[in-house]
Write a protein that binds this ligand. Structure first.
Ligand SMILES: Nc1ncnc2c1ncn2[C@@H]1O[C@H](COP(=O)(O)OP(=O)(O)OP(=O)(O)O)[C@@H](O)[C@H]1O
Ligand SMILES: [Mg+2]
Length: 221
């Protein structure tokens, strides 16, 4: 279970202060499929980054399965992320000097999975995402949609209970976007907790719940 209690996050840029998260209270139960919508700049990525232990908040509490996620201890935060969170980034964040195969391998190396097992898992995830034939290519030599599939394969390789996707279908045509939703929905059926940011209402309506963000605040849609 994910619980955010009175979470605030502000960014300061020069004299301008932005409340990216303004006293957010949110509970997400295990196994929920959640869509987060809202205008650009409303705080969607900030919310996901904090839940994903990629960023820290200024005040408030974040409980993961009833345990407080320490905001000041970077090592512990990293460990919690590694063991609980699979993240699909808004800008893919692929390593450009690593091949598709090696990119998907990264979270498996972090988890010290054996070489043979790594190979099997990577093959399976690349096949699932339809890019097995591209495994020896560099991200800069494949299309944006293929890069996005690679980013998703990498997230799935870590096989954590919480999958966070910051516009995971953003760079894809609607048919491919549907394919990815099918993959996410099958993971949802396996009991994973999934939170995705999307600008696409057709995708949002496939979720159990839609959260709308406005100026750093969440309202149920
Ligand atoms: N590193 C940063 N420094 C300063 N301001 C930031 C930073 N990151 C985000 N912000 C600001 O915080 C607010 C929320 O940003 P966030 O990235 O969460 O929005 P978003 O809803 O994900 O938008 P988009 O749909 O464009 O991805 C915005 O006003 C943004 O400009
Ligand atoms: Mg964003």
């Amino acid at each position: 279970m994910i619980e955010l209690i009175e979470v605030c996050k502000t960014y300061q840029y020069g004299n301008e202060v932005t409340k990216a998260l303004d006293n957010v209270n949110l509970t997400i139960n295990d196994g929920e499929l959640i869509a987060v919508i809202g205008n650009s700049g409303s705080g969607k990525s900030t919310l996901l980054n904090i839940i994903g232990c990629m960023d820290t908040m200024d005040s408030g509490k974040f409980l993961l399965n009833g345990k407080e996620v320490p905001q000041k201890k970077r090592n512990e935060l990293h460990k919690i992320r590694k063991n609980n969170i699979s993240f699909i980034f808004q800008n893919f964040a692929l390593l450009n000097h690593y091949t598709v195969f090696e990119n998907v391998e990264v979270p498996l190396l972090a988890k010290k999975v054996s070489k043979k097992e790594r190979k099997n898992i990577i093959q399976e995830k690349l096949e699932l995402m339809g890019i097995a034939d591209l495994q020896n290519k560099l991200p800069t030599k494949i299309s944006g949609g293929q890069q996005q599939r690679c980013a998703i394969a990498r997230a799935l390789a870590s096989d954590n209970d919480i999958i966070l996707g910051d516009e995971p279908t953003g760079a894809l045509d609607s048919k491919t976007g549907d394919d990815i939703m099918k993959v996410l929905k099958s993971l949802h059926q396996m009991g994973k907790t999934i939170i995705i940011v999307t600008h696409n209402m057709e995708i949002a309506h496939q979720a159990d719940r839609i959260l709308k963000m406005e100026d750093g605040k969440i309202t149920e849609y």
